[in-house]
Each structure stands twice: as structure tokens, then as C-alpha cells.
Design a protein around this ligand. Structure first.
Ligand SMILES: Nc1ncnc2c1ncn2[C@@H]1O[C@H](COP(=O)(O)OP(=O)(O)OP(=O)(O)O)[C@@H](O)[C@H]1O
Length: 251
């Protein structure tokens, strides 16, 4: 238990496929992410990043093997695991016709917070993510950047120990990117483990201390970002990515 508890994510011998002849296949995958990391998962389109995030967050079930978050098995029957993590999915996961405050009220209650806790977190998050002035306006009228910030606020409403982020800055301007990445650093300094994926590799280089490259359902490299860049003699994450995954189109 002591060993697993130092791991935010512990994947052992995981196998998964959508169907025999479709999509990504994971066979006997192992991946350990220690607590407190800013971990980046990278790979070309279709490599299996979103699939792995969906497995780690219990949205889809593995065919075999085990996934634990802070020692708790990811399993539909294990409700305890749901409080440990937050998920910021690639697709917006809020009600467009509601305001940010109403969305956070809904998702706060869903995460098991009291009304008082939700109100407190709502004020705090809307302030830090620059949404206080629009707290009561319908989200559907917001810009892409504002919607991304609402999506992020929902993912962290319950102060999770682990935060999964699937391309959290797609389509945002430089200001929102800067604010989101700054906030993620702040969360990590307060103890939140980040598990992040993106195609924005210069942004990822600023954020991540540890990385894994996946391609076709396999981890092809993993380790500290600086030591991997040194090992492969590539001064940037983008250079490292191209060296490991090649320059040919994947879709
Ligand atoms: N529900 C599904 N049923 C069948 N195949 C799927 C399903 N979801 C994804 N796939 C396929 O599995 C593969 C991996 O998809 P996934 O979305 O995990 O990749 P990704 O690395 O996140 O890609 P991207 O960078 O484009 O977001 C792709 O070939 C995709 O078409």
C-alpha cells in the first residue's frame, strides 16, 4: 500500500481495444505516475491519448489489467475513486444554456460538495479564471477562451488530488493560454498531480516535468523531460517528438 500510495496513477498490464479491427489496441501497458508530477502524455493523432485518459478516469473499462489512482482501483463500483480526480475533457462538458455560476452549482452538488462549499469555490474559481464579471451570463454566448476556462473550473470544483486534462487550451488566445497554464502551475504547487495531453508542444514544455510519448498504443519513451531531451540530443519537446514518432502523416 505504501508504494502504491506514492503513485498518483498506477497502470499494470493493461489491455484494451475498441474492437478487433478498429481503433487503438493497448496490450500489457504499464505506466506509473508519481504524486505531485506535471505529467505530459504526447503522441500523434490517433495514438491513443484520449483513450488512455478515458481508461484512467473510468469512462471506459479495460479488457484486463488494473488501474489505480492513489491506491484506489478505477472501477465503476468504487465510488471513492471519483472524489480523487477531476477531468477536463477535450469536448466542452457544461450546460451551454446555464451561466458559469449555475454550471458550478450543478457540478459542485454532483461532486458531493455542500451548497456553502460550492458557493465558496465558485467565487474563488471565477475570480482566479477571470470570469467574475460574467458569472451570471449564459455560457453559450462566451468566446472559446472563456468556455475553456469554464470547462477547467468545473474540473477542479471539488479540489481533486489528480487533475486529468485532455487538450485544455485548444483554440484559445495567448492571454487565456497564459492564464490556464499559470493556474495549472499554481494547482501543482499546492499539491495537485497533473496528467495532461496536448499538441501544443511549446506550451507543454513550459508545463511538464515528466513525459511519455505514445504511438500506436505503445509507450515509446518515458522519463524526465530534460533528461529525454538530453538523451536524444534534441533541445525542444517538438524536436524530441519528431525524432521519436517520425515526420510522416498519421491520419
Ligand atoms: N469509440 C471508438 N470506437 C472505435 N475506435 C475508436 C473510438 N474512439 C477512438 N477510436 C480510435 O482509436 C484510435 C485512438 O484514438 P484516440 O482518440 O485515443 O487518439 P488520440 O491520441 O487522442 O488522438 P488525437 O490526437 O487526434 O486526439 C483512433 O484510431 C480512433 O479513431
Amino acid at each position: 500500500m505504501a508504494i502504491t500510495d506514492s503513485l498518483a496513477v498506477d497502470i499494470q498490464n493493461l489491455s484494451f481495444s475498441y474492437a478487433e479491427d478498429a481503433g487503438v489496441h493497448y496490450t500489457g501497458l504499464n505506466l506509473q505516475i508519481p504524486k505531485g508530477e506535471r505529467f505530459g502524455l504526447f503522441g500523434p493523432n490517433g495514438a491513443g491519448k484520449t483513450t488512455l485518459m478515458s481508461l484512467m478516469t473510468g469512462l471506459i473499462n479495460a479488457d484486463s489489467g488494473s488501474i489505480k489512482l492513489l491506491g484506489e482501483p478505477v472501477d465503476k463500483k468504487n465510488k471513492a475513486v471519483n472524489k480523487l480526480f477531476g477531468f477536463v475533457p477535450q469536448d466542452f462538458s457544461f450546460y451551454q444554456e446555464l451561466s458559469p455560476a449555475e454550471n458550478l452549482e450543478f457540478f459542485g452538488a454532483w461532486a458531493g460538495l455542500t451548497k456553502k462549499q460550492t458557493n465558496h469555490r465558485t467565487t474563488e474559481l471565477l475570480e482566479v479564471l477571470g470570469l467574475q464579471d460574467v458569472r451570471n451570463q449564459q455560457v453559450q454566448k462566451f468566446s472559446g477562451g472563456m468556455k475553456r476556462r469554464v470547462n477547467l473550473a468545473i474540473g477542479v470544483i471539488h479540489n481533486p488530488a489528480i487533475l486529468f486534462l485532455d487538450e485544455p487550451t485548444v483554440g484559445v488566445d495567448v492571454q487565456t493560454r497564459h492564464a490556464i497554464i499559470g493556474y495549472l502551475h499554481q494547482l501543482n504547487e499546492q499539491g495537485t498531480t497533473l496528467v495532461y495531453t496536448s499538441h501544443q508542444l511549446s506550451e507543454a514544455e513550459d508545463l511538464c516535468n515528466d513525459v511519455a510519448m505514445i504511438d500506436d498504443g505503445k509507450i515509446i519513451a518515458q522519463g524526465g523531460l530534460n533528461s529525454l531531451m538530453e538523451k536524444y540530443k534534441e533541445p525542444t519537446l517538438e524536436g524530441l517528438f519528431l525524432k521519436l514518432t517520425g515526420k510522416q502523416y498519421r491520419d
